[in-house]
Design a binder for this molecule. Structure first.
Ligand code: NAD
Ligand code: TDX
Length: 332
């Protein structure tokens, strides 16, 4: 198999590439990545050139995408602008990368008749009420809240239309919040951990009652590989590991694991339009494909993640000051 991975130098993409490199030793992996502030070629260090190739390029560029897709057998599409707070204050690159970029991928996949797996998020469904028994499923109507989730929703709908109108061989997955190594320090869990490591109090948006459904990134990787190999063409699969927690609970657990008092944090201004709760019903992928997550103990995943950030200061420190400066201007 010659697989193209877009966005493979980012958080989930690089974890997926490392997972695949180990799990499928006879596959050749090519990463296409623009290396925005969120991508780092160092995330892919140690991979042998006989099995791995890196292309620096933009998925919005038709010629680049055409050439990369012509020479692979299948594509897993992770590349995106991904941070909700950034999208609220500068939606431009979200529209280009998430919508136009996905369109370029679809056109090349259609031209060369290649298999595509499109990676998306549960945020396309909007939010749920805390305390309700409801969860997102493959049938939940789209109702995005932020420029980020609206552009991801647009990309999903393009994929659905290309499946229906052009019979492209594509699948879609909508996963919940990932955590683990190589996640940018702008995101909640790494921001909180690295704040503590720098002697700064972590920040909790609003009351901290918003709920996210956490999954360890390696479990997302195993689900994507399973869909790529066994998924039914044209189908959408929800990915989640029953990891619902309030932001306050997550923060208190990080503080406890890092030896700080559980109230050692600051409340800051809330995110505009802040989604209240996400929760995934992953029955379809579990029952039809037989997928199960490995990391069912959130505390274990979180302590491994904390260890990784403790041991890889040189990876995150260069981005930390600029990220906090950006947050300071937003009052968060
Ligand atoms: P990330 O921001 O860490 O990485 C994104 C990667 O895409 C970076 O390497 C960046 O350089 C690259 N990229 C951005 N614009 C590009 C362009 N125009 N051309 C080529 N490459 C470009 O993101 P992530 O958290 O790893 O998310 C990966 C995918 O998974 C996204 O599609 C996201 O919507 C989806 N997802 C993320 C989560 C989560 O919790 N982080 C959950 C569900 C789904
Ligand atoms: O310092 C913080 N304090 C805080 O309370 C930050 C950075 C965030 N938060 C809150 C906001 C959210 O309720 O924590 C929660 C998680 O925030 P993010 O890490 O920004 O993630 P979220 O907005 O939930 O989106 C993430 O999950 C779905 C990813 O960034 C998306 O790419 C993915 O699609």
């Amino acid at each position: 198999m010659r697989l193209l991975v877009t966005g493979g130098a980012g958080f989930i993409g690089s974890n997926f590439v490392h997972y695949l490199y180990k799990e499928r030793p006879d596959w050749h992996i090519t990463v296409l990545d623009k290396l925005t502030y969120a991508g780092d070629e160092k995330n892919l260090a140690g991979l042998d050139a006989s099995r791995f190739k890196f292309i620096k390029g933009d998925i919005c560029d038709e010629a680049t995408v055409d050439k990369a897709i012509a020479s692979c057998e299948a594509v897993v599409h992770f590349a995106a602008e991904t941070h909700v707070d950034n999208s609220l204050h500068g939606p431009d690159p979200f529209v280009y990368t998430n919508v136009v970029g996905t369109y370029q991928i679809l056109e090349a996949v259609r031209k060369y008749d290649k298999r595509l797996h499109h990676v998306s998020t549960d945020e396309v469904y909007g939010d749920l009420q805390p305390g309700s028994p409801e969860k997102f499923s493959e049938e939940t109507p789209y109702n995005p809240s932020s420029p980020y989730s609206a552009t991801k929703a647009a990309s999903d709908l393009l994929v659905r239309a290309w499946i229906r109108s052009y019979n492209i061989k594509a699948t879609i997955s909508n996963c919940s919040n990932n955590y683990g190594p190589y996640q940018h320090v702008e995101k909640f869990i790494p921001r909180a951990i690295t704040n503590v490591l720098e002697g700064q109090k972590p920040k909790l948006y609003g009351k901290g009652a918003n709920i996210r459904d956490w999954i360890y990134t390696q479990d997302h990787s195993s689900a994507v590989l399973m869909i790529l190999e066994k998924g039914k063409i044209g189908e959408t699969y929800m990915i989640g590991a029953n990891g619902e927690k309030t932001n306050q609970e997550v923060l208190e657990m990080i503080l406890e694991l890092m030896g700080k008092p559980k109230d050692w944090y600051e409340h800051v201004a809330d995110r505009p339009g802040h989604d209240l709760r996400y929760a995934i019903d992953a029955t379809k992928i579990r029952s039809e494909l037989g997928w199960t997550p490995t990391y069912t103990d959130f505390k274990r995943g979180l302590s491994e993640t904390i260890e990784w950030y403790k041991n890889n200061r040189e990876w995150w420190q260069p981005q930390k000051a600029a990220t906090e400066e950006k947050y300071k201007k937003l009052g968060r």
